[in-house]
Write a new protein. Structure first.
Length: 148
């Protein structure tokens, strides 16, 4: 648009030089210059209107979709943050569940071992056999157990 404006200004100057070169009378020269100036101002006014209309159109085209696009982007970020938070919470819960499972398995193995030891001790007592130190009292003496 700047190029068109400079071209119009140059065209006005050329037309004014041509009018001055014709050797017209003072009144006629003033009329022609006024006519050229009015024509130039009309063209500039039309170009200004075109620029304004184009700018308004561009602004409308840009401004209308921007809030919708902004809302979509904002919603996308919110969803992404929610997903990250949920994922972190799930990972934490999974870690806690794994730890609890490992502890439960360890406790289960320990209790099973103790149960087996107690069962073995009970059977030995019922049979009247001596209870080994590991199974018995833990004193390591290997003395026979009396049946109570």
């Amino acid at each position: 648009m700047h190029i068109r404006i400079t071209e119009e200004a140059e065209r006005l100057r050329e037309q004014q030089r041509e009018v001055e070169a014709r050797n017209l009378g003072e009144a006629e020269l003033a009329k022609m210059k006024k006519k050229l100036q009015d024509s130039y101002e009309d063209r500039m006014s039309q170009m200004q209107k075109m620029v304004n209309i184009r700018n308004i159109f561009i602004i409308k085209m840009i401004m209308i979709p921007v809030p919708a696009a902004f809302n979509e982007i904002l919603l996308s970020f919110q969803m992404e943050n929610t997903l990250k938070e949920t994922s972190a919470a799930q990972e934490s819960m999974m870690r806690m569940l794994r730890e609890n499972l490992q502890k439960a398995q360890s406790d289960n193995e320990s209790m099973r071992y103790e149960h087996d030891q107690l069962e073995q001790r009970r059977m030995m007592i019922q049979l009247g056999l001596s209870v080994p130190a590991v199974i018995g009292t833990g004193l390591g003496l290997g003395l026979p157990c009396s049946i109570l």
